[in-house]
Design a protein around this ligand. Structure first.
Ligand SMILES: Cc1ncc(COP(=O)(O)O)c(C=O)c1O
Length: 397
């Protein structure tokens, strides 16, 4: 019975102390991010391009799922010139987290975002006069120094950027501004097929790089020589050694992988591994059918481990029928359809496996390793989608 003078206990008590304790992750599923691997990878990239070429580390999409702030900190510590994000909001997150390095915003200047760009000292990528007009107005309103921008040229990706034939319109505008509100710090393009092997893809990349060089010529003829010319993403770093210019713009290489194994930069180390623990063991008879749709039927009396990870965590349902995990350093098959919160793993051949046992979903355990490429192949997606897809409810450690 509660004492009369004891404070009354209520459900949903929101006192700070209680909340902090309760919000600490209790579930055993987590992603481990190795910041020493992030720093190492930055140095591998730097060594590959040489000390005269700067590295713009791409940390968009929450640092490819690794945690943008942590990744940004590691890359800057290891010598990155700056950071690239896609969204203004991602740039603001870096600033609020204490990042003072240059932050290049790749995704353009939406109406209404220009004052934030100027206020937070971001470096937007631009390709339309409207971008410049918006920024210029924001600089004037704030009485701020010229805002640095990087001009994006669409040399064949047909996504963002001004096509070479449209470049004069932008340059006319810059001429009129005369550096009063806009500082053309950089010029860039993005390659469409750098991660493909083969002569046809190589010819596409070569043509894009040549178109970029031609545009640099157009700029130079008008007296414009931006300090930072950049083209290469991770795959281009590996495949196009003569296109490093003043800066490279890798993402995936810094997280320790490539868009495929064939274009992985030699020497990088995966920075993310993904882990859980066995929640319990089910002994099930031969003939039992497993999870939604009864996808698999047991061919023998079996022991199945309940692993608390599912597609709600980014462990893609599409991997059902192919996925394996590591337990006690052995590969064990995921049986049945992967569900939102739980996957069932066959541990019949590991009779000692028990509740609380470590499960490795991606990474190394003992001598075995499950790579991001394997998960990507099982799920029929890109390795990028695996790391970016590890959902918010999976704590990063
Ligand atoms: C414009 C731009 N540059 C660089 C990158 C980094 O690409 P990667 O992760 O393949 O190195 C991206 C990523 O999508 C991008 O959109």
């Amino acid at each position: 019975m509660q004492r009369k003078d004891a404070p009354e206990r209520r459900h949903g008590d929101r006192r700070q102390g209680d909340r902090r304790g309760e919000l600490a992750p209790l579930r055993p599923t987590f992603a481990q991010v190795d910041s020493s691997a992030l720093r190492h990878n930055l140095q591998v990239v730097q060594a590959a391009v040489g000390t005269r070429t700067r590295v713009l580390a791409v940390v968009k999409a929450d640092g490819y799922g690794h945690g943008a702030l942590e990744a940004a900190k590691s890359f800057v510590e290891a010598g990155a010139w700056g950071l690239a994000v896609s969204l203004i909001e991602e740039g603001v997150e870096l600033r609020l987290g204490g990042t003072s390095a240059p932050v290049v915003v790749l995704g353009g200047v939406h109406p209404g975002s220009e004052d934030v760009v100027v206020h937070r000292g971001l470096t937007p990528v631009v390709w339309e006069r409207r971008h410049l007009e918006r920024l210029s107005a924001a600089v004037s309103r704030a009485g701020a120094p010229p805002v640095p921008v990087h001009l994006k040229i669409d040399t064949g990706m047909s996504r963002l950027g001004v096509r070479p034939e449209g470049i004069d319109g932008v340059l006319d505008w810059l001429d009129r501004d005369g550096g009063r509100t806009i500082d053309l710090e950089g010029v860039m393009t993005h390659l469409a097929r750098a991660d493909e092997l083969g002569a046809d893809a190589d010819a596409t990349s070569a043509a894009q790089v040549q178109a970029f060089r031609d545009c640099l010529g157009t700029l130079a003829a008008r007296g414009l020589r931006p300090r930072l010319r950049h083209v290469c993403n991770s795959a281009a770093l590996v495949r196009l050694r003569d296109a490093n210019f003043d800066m490279v713009r890798p993402g995936m290489a810094l997280y320790g992988a490539g868009s495929g194994e064939a274009v992985e930069l030699s020497g990088v180390r995966p920075a993310m591994s993904w882990h859980s623990k066995i929640l319990g063991i089910r002994e099930l008879p031969r003939g039992a059918s497993i999870t939604y749709g009864h996808r698999d039927t047991l061919q023998r009396d079996s022991r199945l481990a309940i692993v608390p990870v599912g597609y709600g965590d980014g462990y893609a349902r599409n991997m059902s029928g192919q996925a394996e995990v590591l337990i006690r350093g052995h590969r064990c098959r995921v049986l049945g359809n992967i569900t939102m919160d739980v996957s069932m793993v066959d541990v019949t051949d590991l009779p000692d496996a028990r509740e609380g046992e470590a499960v490795c979903l991606m990474g190394r355990q003992g001598r075995e390793r499950i790579s991001v490429y394997e998960l990507a192949a099982w799920a029929k997606v890109l390795p990028y989608e695996i790391v970016c897809g590890v959902s918010k409810r999976v704590p990063r450690r």
